[in-house]
Design a protein around this ligand. Structure first.
Ligand code: 5GP
Length: 194
């Protein structure tokens, strides 16, 4: 049976507010965010299995070899990957699955799961993004410089996504995504678009 849940590939530059928007979607009860695996160490109060599955390089590589990832990529020097099993169990439970991933990973899913709905989240302007990144006390100047460089490149890839949404107010961006998903699901089930 085809799952009723939709796979939503969700990307955007670091600091754009993807987590906040995804949290709003999850609060509706109809969306669940897939928990990725990573080799980066946990930050602050991050919990293994809830924020990420924290793996060693060896464990990550073994899972790559076993074909357990839907996609995987290196981001800011660490490895990240989406586990097939996590995504499929969310979709099988008839809820929409959000994968919050970088552009390289997103391109892999666009190839293997062309039915995925792909959303790129944009800041109102680049200066706002820079300000948000600088105000995050967790990052060093060098990390901020790298994140801004990656952000410029990622923003130049936004045309590869089916939908681009500006994150001015997180609740509104989430509502826009929700209505995109609803109309895509309605079309797929044979209904006509409003
Ligand atoms: P952070 O380390 O700040 O949690 O995440 C850094 C970046 O890694 C974010 O841009 C996030 O979208 C990306 N990321 C998180 N999980 C995955 C994943 O499973 N696959 C890929 N390709 N990127 C991911």
């Amino acid at each position: 049976m085809t799952p009723k849940g939709r796979l939503i590939v969700f990307s955007g530059p670091s600091g754009v507010g993807k987590t906040t928007v995804a949290d709003h979607l999850c609060a509706t009860g109809r969306f669940v965010e897939s928990v990725s695996a990573t080799t980066r160490p946990p930050r602050g109060n991050e919990v293994d299995g809830r924020h990420y599955h924290f793996l060693t390089d060896e464990e990550f590589e073994a899972r790559v070899k076993r074909g357990e990832f839907l996609e995987h990529a290196r981001v800011h020097g660490n490895r990240y990957g989406t586990l097939r099993e996590v995504v499929d169990s969310i979709l099988d439970s008839d809820r929409h699955c959000i994968v919050n991933i970088d552009v390289h990973g997103a391109l892999q899913i666009m190839d293997s799961r062309p039915e995925a709905l792909c959303v790129f989240l944009l800041p109102p302007d680049f200066a706002t993004l820079e300000e948000r990144l600088r105000n995050r006390s967790t990052d060093s100047d060098e990390q901020i410089r790298r994140r801004l460089e990656t952000a410029r490149w990622e923003m130049a890839q936004q045309h590869r996504y089916g939908h681009q949404i500006v994150n001015e107010v997180a609740e509104e961006a989430a509502a826009e995504i929700e209505s995109l998903v609803e109309s895509a699901t309605h079309r797929a089930s044979g209904g006509t678009s409003p």
